[in-house]
Design a protein around this ligand. Structure first.
Ligand code: G6P
Length: 364
């Protein structure tokens, strides 16, 4: 077992550290050919992207968070109405969507029962389904009209990590691919190709600090993860990771909603974990963190290095380097995963096999 884990104490940690490699593997399938982006796994996807009006993304758990993130990413640049829904909620929705709707399902296992039933239901109604799945032999992969293999390799830790990264990367690449199809926009592949190396360096630079931060907070009983805009789905994912493996109560909250209720939870025993990079949500995030500080909540934040304002405001700043903001989300995700991992480890939890959870949920 030790060998399989390559010396890591848990599969989850091994899989967190494998992420740069997974991204490199994915990018090796992408090449620029006569200015047209080709992605090995999706070149046979003959979707008429110019005819689509709506994109409906359906998934569960961590995969849902990837889809939710993609909604923000895609709607900035693609001419579609994009909706994201939990597969379990789809049982109770009576859809009236345009015929030109493309369904996208995202699933690590490809065997999640709620995802399979949604897939079958919408296919029965005549819609096409594109799926992003980590297992090409799975039911979802086989039954979808179009399929992208996530290429993350087998993931053993119940808490999804590298498959989440693969989902984010493929959804980002797919956006570039569609942009290229619709507008002939050239893809900045150099930018993408730097990603694995940045992630690799970042992980080794940041891991000790994340561990030290986990040591300060692991005995707390409640955490609030705050973010805005496209970072909000990542806050949901950070909170989910913590819940799953440490059994600590954690919630992801859109920071602007704090004033409508959750702010009542704040006290010196309730750490706030904020995502506050210098992006378009920055100044509003700072306001929200100031409000949390006024309630004497301890604050951990992921933000930019040498951001003096943030440094003075928060108790622990876990910095990303001052590079293109394109890279921040991928880096931030790894911080959130590592933090959850170290907290759970300090608490002596069964990290790879948390109580009550299954890697693949085959019941509705
Ligand atoms: C289970 C797993 C989660 C996963 C979710 C969706 O709950 O424990 O890690 O995110 O299922 O799984 P899928 O295989 O469809 O991505």
């Amino acid at each position: 077992i030790r060998a399989e884990k390559n010396g890591y104490p848990h599969f989850m940690l091994k899989e967190i550290f494998e992420q740069p490699l997974v991204v490199r593997r994915i990018l090796s399938t992408v090449n620029k050919n006569r200015d047209e982006l080709q992605i090995e796994d999706i070149k046979s996807i003959d979707i008429s992207w110019e005819k689509i009006k709506k994109v409906f993304i359906v998934a569960c758990g961590t995969s849902y968070h990837a889809g939710y993130y993609a909604k923000f990413l895609w709607e900035e640049e693609l001419p579609y109405f994009i909706e994201v829904e939990l597969a379990s909620q789809m049982h109770h929705r009576n859809l009236r969507v345009p015929d030109e709707t493309l369904f996208i399902t995202i699933s690590q296992s490809g065997e999640t029962a709620d995802v399979i039933s949604t897939l079958r239901k919408v296919k029965e109604k005549g819609f096409k389904v594109l799926s992003l799945v980590n297992n090409p032999q799975s039911t979802v992969a086989r039954e979808s009209d179009y399929f992208i293999n996530l290429r993350a390799g087998i993931e053993i830790g119940v808490a999804a990590t590298k498959t989440f990264m693969a989902e984010l990367v493929y959804l980002g690449l797919l956006k570039e691919y569609v942009k290229n199809k619709l507008y002939k926009v050239k893809i900045d592949l150099d930018k993408w190709n730097m990603l694995p190396t940045y992630l690799e360096n970042y992980l080794s630079n940041i891991k000790d600090q994340v561990f030290e931060t986990a040591k300060k907070y692991y005995q707390k009983k409640n955490f609030l993860y705050l973010a805005r805009g496209r970072n909000f789905p990542l806050a949901l994912e950070g909170a989910l990771k913590l819940k799953e493996i440490s059994y600590i109560h954690a919630e992801g909250i859109p920071a602007g909603e704090m004033k409508h209720g959750p702010i009542a939870l704040l006290d010196p025993e309730t750490p706030v974990f904020g995502i506050a990079y210098k992006d378009d949500a920055y100044s509003k995030m700072i306001n929200n963190l100031e409000e949390a500080k006024a309630r004497r909540a301890p604050i951990i934040a992921i933000g930019n290095e040498k951001d003096k304002k943030l440094e003075n405001l928060v108790d622990d700043l876990i910095p990303v380097p001052n590079i293109d903001p394109f890279y921040y989300p991928y880096m931030g995700v790894m911080v959130l995963q590592l933090f959850a991992y170290y907290v759970a480890d300090l608490l002596g939890r069964e990290i790879d096999q948390p109580r009550n959870l299954a890697k693949s949920v085959t019941v509705e």
